[in-house]
Ligand binder design. Sequence first.
Ligand SMILES: [Zn+2]
Ligand SMILES: [Zn+2]
Length: 489
Amino acid sequence: MALPTSIKTIAIVCLTFAWATSLGTQACFAQKDRLIQSIRDQEEFTWRIAQQIWKWAEPGYQETKSSKLLADALEAAEFKVERRVAGIPTAFAATYGEGKPVIGILGEYDALPGLSQTAAPYRQPREDVTYGHACGHHLFGAASASAAIGIAQQIRSGQLKGTVRYYGCPAEEGGSGKVFMVQAGLFKDCDAVLHWHPSSQNSAGDRSTLARMAVKFRFHGKAAHAAGAPEQGRSALDAVELTNFAAQLMREHTPDQTRIHYVITAGGDAPNVVPEFSEVYYYIRHPKAHVVRGLYKRLVLCAQAGAMGTETKLDINFQGGIVEILPNQSLSQVVIRNFREQNDLSYSAEDVKFALRLQDTMPKPKSLDTIKLVVDRSGTVGMGSTDVGDVSWVVPTTGFTTACWVPGTPGHSWQAVACGGTNIAKNGMNLAARVLAATAWDLMTNPTDLSGGKREHARRIGEEKYATLMEPGQKPPLDYRKPPKSTKR
Ligand SMILES: [Zn+2]
Ligand SMILES: [Zn+2]
């Protein structure tokens, strides 16, 4: 049957369009493959950076060498690097490209106190450091840099349009570095932010965290001979004990999912001297920031009671607060799509040997086969806190975890530090770099993915406004990892 000319024309146009689109899609796939290959090509370089940061294991706000190493690597890749941003010596922002969209990738690099460990599958602290990368931030910082460099290469070669920015974020562990970076306006032009975290399993999804406030209560008493003149002394340690007792009683009357924990960071030096100075360091958490705010006020009452009952003086050294993550289902689905495509984790015979030996030290080991899965944890709340929370309220943000630690390894453990120095961590880290890069690619080439994330962000915030848990004018607690000063008042 002969078709009328107008229909023929429409058919030809349609066929041509379909052919061009399919060619365009194929070309796009090939270019994305090239991006992934470039991440694979720099795996050894990325691992060397991660290993170096693992060895240094620097405390929060003192990550001088680690932040410089990452900033220098990005500068060598032609990023424009702004150092010492937000008034923090170890914070930086590294930007490549120009115009929209602006995709942010977060990187961290601080270590944890008291968790020094070699890469052995048994407890073996290192002799040269007291800190350890028990949260895997050496991997976090390095993989994010690798992804940012991969995206920059594609912008340079004209395959991508827009800007990629690496955020060098110090002191995640209790220092709340990102909150000050948000307050400095560093995320203002960002369209989406990606982050990830080492873990013992692969996971992604629409998942939140706990909001958290941190405080150091410092008590000043009177020193005296503990046996010869005890009536003349007023024990600062007693004040800590009374505070803690009041806090234990308070626990019973807090909402579900509240977490309160503390360490005594100074409690006297000798039993025969009534302690003149003491310090207790508290965290208080809940899935909702406004609940934490109320709980914090009650915790302060406990400390005031501790001071009053022991005739000591109280100094409140507020360390700041971080809000819960505002998740983003639209962005997390882009991650999951790429994650399932990229996940090729497997263990060599040597990895299996290490893993089984390490699992002997764990209360809850899990099957090694779980590394093959990518778990969607949408709708859940992780029982940890992160300063990514504050970023997520000002920019649509999504994150994921990759299996860098042997299944069953808890975070903040010596086992996590040990895994962080092995091939298992290397593979998990490089998987994270590929997922970050592939997700950034999709957000830069598919406007629907990005606009979906933005619409959802606006909808979820609704009438609520981002409200920081910091006090007005609060400065970064740059000395929070330094020993307390017991100056007499
Ligand atoms: Zn941590
Ligand atoms: Zn962490």
